[in-house]
Design a protein around this ligand. Structure first.
Ligand code: AMP
Ligand code: MN
Ligand code: MN
Ligand code: MN
Length: 274
């Protein structure tokens, strides 16, 4: 069995369709796949349909943007019922926030005589959600910057002229939506936030208090030492352990589908709850 419980399709900031994701999962020997698009479930019907032509098992997932003590976090909802009303309403709220932010971003860029509407819209299939990487690609397409990395650095991060801050729901709220939908809530990429260890421990305690029961221990670009550190934390605090590549596109080899290292035997895998 090979699990990959974190990846993206073109319904958020991924490059591939859900159908292409299944083909890639087959090629990589992934047996259990969760599509976890940012703040949308729109890719799940196509993913399920495509999976039925293969041996890949699908776990319904989503990656929700949320806040903890004024900091942006990503929490995965795994094995959720996509028809649950509370989850759907919460996701709708986040999606609306994304569209409102996109409008504010267009206006910010127009003030700098850069019109991104057409370039962003052209990248968005029906029912997808706008993300900052779409804006980064639009800036590349228009020749404003050489690559997406530069687009983030120059325009799209806090303090830069195209950054529009958002107010996301609290971790307690997204945890409630996920639990209502029968899913397991999992902290995504715990090291991406660059917290000190003591701050990470504080987060874990707050997470557990609101019912976020898992943490990604193995992700595409965590090295062995980092995995071991996260494994110790997961074990010490009784967290379920998850693994996922956070795959977005085939041209990011550090986050290739199916490449997250296997979890240590001593951990309780999140799929023990599916
Ligand atoms: P959003 O949720 O729309 O604000 O976009 C966040 C997404 O942008 C993340 O999930 C990453 O895929 C991507 N991202 C964030 N920061 C960077 C960066 N500095 N360079 C490239 N991509 C980034
Ligand atoms: Mn992303
Ligand atoms: Mn994320
Ligand atoms: Mn992700």
């Amino acid at each position: 069995m090979k699990f990959d419980l974190h990846c993206h399709s073109h319904f958020s900031d991924g490059a591939l369709t859900p159908t292409e994701l299944i083909a890639l999962a087959v090629e990589r020997g992934v047996t259990h796949l969760a599509l976890t698009d940012h703040d949308t479930l729109a890719g799940l019907p196509e993913l399920r349909a495509a999976s039925e032509q293969s041996a890949v098992q699908i776990i319904n997932g989503v990656e929700l943007s949320c806040e903890w003590r004024h900091q942006l976090l990503h929490v995965l909802g795994l094995n959720v019922d996509p028809d649950n009303d509370l989850l759907r309403a919460g996701i709708r709220r986040n999606t609306e926030q994304r569209f409102a932010r996109a409008e504010a971003m267009y206006r910010e860029f127009e003030r700098q005589d850069i019109n991104l509407r057409a370039e962003v819209a052209a990248q968005l299939p029906p029912d997808s959600v706008p993300t900052r990487p779409h804006f980064a690609q639009a800036l590349v397409n228009l020749g404003v910057v050489k690559n997406k990395n530069k687009a983030f650095k120059k325009f799209l991060v806090r303090g830069k002229p195209g950054f529009v801050p958002m107010v996301w729901p609290d971790i307690a709220e997204v945890s409630e939506w996920i639990q209502a939908a029968g899913g397991v809530a999992v902290l995504a990429h715990p090291l991406r936030y660059k917290f000190t260890r003591s701050k990470l421990v504080r987060l874990i305690k707050d997470m557990l208090a609101v019912g976020i029961e898992g943490m990604e221990v193995s992700t595409g670009n965590t090295d062995t030492q980092q995995c071991e550190m996260l494994a110790i934390l997961a074990q010490r605090h009784g967290l379920l352990a998850s693994m996922g590549s956070d795959f977005h596109t085939p041209n990011q080899p550090w986050a290739a589908l199916g490449t997250a290292a296997p979890l240590a035997q001593s951990l309780t895998p999140v799929w023990s709850r599916f």
